[in-house]
Write a new protein. Structure first.
Length: 67
């Protein structure tokens, strides 16, 4: 499973920057404003980041194998 470079870069940015930042912002603001499901949002973000990280790792291994 090799991903195109552009898609890999976008998914990596989403996994490493976007999801953790949004989850942290939500959890932090939920504590201040009393928003619901802060724990669930944090756990969901962790699971999604782990899944994306695993898929990106597989793609990287395939790419490096082909070199």
């Amino acid at each position: 499973m090799k991903l195109p470079d552009k898609l890999y870069d976008v998914l990596k940015w989403i996994c490493m920057i976007c999801i953790p930042a949004l989850a942290t912002a939500y959890v932090g603001l939920a504590a201040v404003w009393g928003w619901p499901f802060a724990d669930e949002v944090a756990k969901t973000a962790a699971v999604v980041c782990t899944l994306l990280g695993a898929l990106l790792g597989i793609s990287t291994a395939e790419y490096n194998k082909g070199k």
